[in-house]
Design a protein around this ligand. Sequence first.
Ligand code: SPQ
Length: 734
Amino acid sequence: MFNKLCIIGVGLIGGSVAKAARANGLAHHIVGYGREQDVVNLQTAKQLGVIDEFYIDDIKHAVQNADCVLIATPVASIEAIFQQLKPVWSADTIYTDVGSTKVSVLAAAERVFGDIPDNVVAAHPIAGAEQSGVEAALVDLFIHKRLIITPASHTNAEAVQKIKQFWQGFGALVSVMDAQHHDSILAATSHLPHILAFALVDMLGHKDEKTEIFKYAAGGFRDFTRIASSDPTMWKDICAANKQEILPLIEQLRAELAKIHGLLANDDYQQLFSTFAYANSARQRFLNQFEVPIMSKSITFHIQNGGKLQGEARVPGDKSMSHRSIMLGSLAEGVTHVKGFLEAEDALATLQAFRDMSVEIEDPVNGELTIHGVGKHGLKAPKNDLYLGNSGTSMRLLSGLLAGQPFNSVLTGDKSLSGRPMKRVTEPLALMGADIKTTEKGTAPLYITGKAGQLNGIDYVMPMASAQVKSCLILAGMYAQGATSVTEPAPTRDHTERMLAGFSYPVKQEGSKVTVTADGKLTAADIDVPSDISSAAFFLVGASIAEGSDLLLKHVGINPTRTGVIDILRLMGANIEVLNEREVGGEPVADLRVRSSQLKGIDIPEHLVPLAIDEFPVLFVAAACAEGQTRLSGAEELRVKESDRIQVMADGLQILGVDAVPTEDGMIIQGGGNIGGGTVTSHGDHRIAMAFSIAGLRASAPITVLDCANVNTSFPEFKDLVKRLGLDLVCEES
Ligand code: SPQ
C-alpha cells in the first residue's frame, strides 16, 4: 500500500508498526530515522529485519519520496520533529503519528506550520506494553486493539482514509473522533490510572525502605501496580501534554477518596458496600464489552454533490411517541399493541429499561410490538443500572417515573447523554420530595432512591420550554400526594398528555397548565405511531432546496406542537402541501407533498422555536440555500442537545464555505452563496449528520460527514431511503 514508509523513532510502537506493515504487505520499503543516541536501536532494528535501512540525523534522505512518514516518538518531542520536517515537507506525503495525546500534537503542528497541514493525520493506537525498545516490538500488538484517528476539520479525507486502511490492514479497530474527545477519554481511562499506580507505589516504596512491606505483597498488588513499570519519562510527558483533562479528574478522585474515608470513619458500611458494589458492576460492564466480537462501528457518510429527491416514502415512527408508548403501555393494565414503533437505538433503550424492570414486551418486528402491562404499581427493581445510551428523553422521563417507585435505580448513558443537564428535572423533582443524586455538574449517572408514597404534588412553572421536563413531572405526579401542575412558558410537544388520555388516565389541561394526580389507572389501548415529522424534516428541506424535486411523505404526524418546521419553511417560501389530513389514535396525521422552490431568508419568529426545536440543524441548511439573511434567536436550548447544535452546525457550515455566525441563542446565516464541499463532523449527533448529508444536494463538491453512527438512534433507514429518493450517499463502516 505504501511504497516507502519512514518511521521516526523505531521503538516498541514504531517497531511493531513496521513488523505488522511488513507482515501484511502494507509497506514495500521501510526506513527508520533517529538521532545519534538512537544508533544502536536502529542497528538492532535493521539486524532484526524490522526496517530495511536507516538514517541518523539526515531527515532529508530518510523521508525523501516516502508516501507516509510515521512519527513514533514521545509526545514531547513531536514539535521538534515537525521543525525538522518543515524544510523537507512534501504535499505528496501523509504525515501521521502515534502520540498518546492528540490536542497537543495538533497544536504543535499549528505552531510550527501556522496552520495544521491537511496531510497531517493524527492517530493513536491504544496498545502498548511496559517494555520499550525495538526488541520488544510485536507483529500482533495492534490486532483487535483500538486505533483512534483525530483529524482536524480540514484534514484531507483521502489521507484519513489511507491511514484508516493501513491500521485496519493489521487488525486494529479504527474510530474517528475529534482530538479533545480523544484526550478526555484517555485522561480518564489511561492517564489517571497510571498516575494512581505511580502514586501508590511512590508512597508504599518509601514505606518499604523502612519496613519491607513489599516482601509480603501478593497478586493484587502486582496486578494493580503493573502500569507503574511504564517508562517514567514518557508518562511525565503524557501527563504534561494532557494536564487540562487530567487535573479535574484528580480532583474528582480526591473527592471519591474523601467520601470513602468519611464512610469508614463514620462506620457507614452500608454505603461503603454500595460504593464497592457499584464499582464491581461497572467493571463488569467494562469487561463485557470484550465479549462483543465487533466493537461499536465508526460510520462515515460520503455524499456526492447534486441530485434531486423524487418519489414517495414513509419515514419511520415518531421517536417521542415510541418512547411514551413503551412507558405508558408498561404502566397500563392489560395488553397494548403498538404499530409504527421506531426500531432505533433511543426508543429501544427505553424498551430495554422496561424489560429490565420485568415488563414482558414481545418483539418488535416491522414496528409492531405487544406490551403486557404490569399496572401503575407493577414495575420491579432492575438488577443492574438502566443504560439509556444517547437518549435524553428516556433519562429525563424515567427519572420522574422512578422517583416514586418502591425501589432504587441508577440511570446511565453514553458520553453525550452523560454531559447533558439533568438538574432541570432533578431540581423540581426534589421539590416534590424525590431523592436523586447526580454528579457535581448535575449530570448522569442519576442515583434514584425510590420514595414510594412520599412524593408531594407541586405547582411548577418551567423556566424553559421543555416537553421532557413537563413529561417527567407528569409521570412523577402520577405517584404524588395531591395535584401536580406544570405550566410551560411556550407550547411544547404534548404526546404524554394525549397518550395518557388515550389510556383513560385523567389529565386536566387549562391553557398552558397541565395537572395530574395519583388518582387514576391506565387501561391498555392500542397505539398507532405516525411517521416522525423530525425525520420527515430532512426530506422537506432536501426537496425544497434541490431543483426538480417532488416528494410525497406519507402518514406524517402533524401534531400542532411539532409542525414548526412546516410553518418556518413556508415562511421561507417552500412549496409544501398538507394532504389527506386525518386523526389516528388521538394524533393528527397527513401526507406531505413538497416540491422544490427558491427559498428566501427570514427572521424566524421565536414562538415557532419550541415547535421546531429538533429541526434546526436541517433548517440551517435551508437558510444557507435561501436568498438573503436568516436569523434565529431564542433557541439557546439547542446548545444542550446531543451536541451543541448551534456551534457544531456553524463550524460545519463554515467549513463548507457558508457565512454562518453563531450567537448565544441562535445563528445568523447569509444565504444564497455557494455551499462548497469538504469534511465535516457530526460530533456523534444524528440530526447534524443527516443535516449535512442533505446539504450535499446543493453543494458544489462532495461532502464527507464523519462520526455518523448515531443516525441509528433515530433513523437507521436514513441512508437507504435518501439514496432511493435521489441522493448519492455512500456509507462507510469501519
Ligand atoms: O431524546 P433526546 O436525545 O433529548 O432527543 C431530541 C432529538 O433531537 O432527538 C433532543 F435532542 O429530542 C427531544 C426534543 O428536543 C425529544 C423530546 C421528547 O420526546 O419529549 C423533547 C425535546 O427536548 P426538550 O429538552 O425540549 O424537552
